[in-house]
Design a protein. Structure first.
Length: 164
């Protein structure tokens, strides 16, 4: 962690700048420019917005709910966010690893619970089921041996899982 302090600081700077400072600065700049270059020059608009403070209040009252609705639509109703997440998973090996690990854990836990329930009911596990379990163990072990953060093994696993 100490090796990459400069890059971490650069990342935090960019997040602070783009998320907070640039956003607030851009909003203030847009309101100021539109009022003093557009509203003030058009007498009809000056009737609706007699001063800068009222302009800010009216535009904020309309703009904030409108932008919230656009943000909601972006996350919940459009394919744009899905594409962003797909790209994030494709480009972030740690995210891919977490997805693959959770998929494997769920699959293994479900199979273990199934066997535990059957054993608790004094039911036998068939030889075919044992063979299937050994095969699944082999498949997972092979995947774990060949994957690294820099190769496409986890990405291939995700693609295969999504196609099923």
């Amino acid at each position: 962690m100490s090796k990459n302090k400069a890059f971490r600081s650069w990342y935090y700077f960019r997040m602070g700048w783009s998320t907070y400072f640039a956003f607030i600065f851009a909003a203030i700049n847009t309101l100021t420019v539109t009022y003093y270059l557009a509203i003030e020059k058009v007498p009809t608009l000056e009737i609706i917005f007699p001063n800068f403070i009222q302009y800010v209040v009216i535009v904020s009252g309309i703009g904030i709910p409108f932008l919230v609705a656009i943000g909601y639509a972006h996350y919940k109703r459009s394919q744009a966010f899905r594409a962003e997440v797909d790209i994030f998973v494709e480009t972030n090996p740690f995210e891919r690893r977490a997805i693959v690990n959770s998929e494997l854990l769920i699959e293994i836990n479900l199979k273990l619970m199934e066997f535990l329930i059957r054993l608790a009911k004094d039911e036998k596990i068939s030889q075919q089921e044992i063979k299937d379990l050994i095969e699944k163990n082999k498949t997972i072990s092979e995947h774990l041996k060949k994957r690294t953060l820099s190769n496409a093994a986890d990405q291939d696993f995700i693609r295969k899982t999504l196609k099923q």
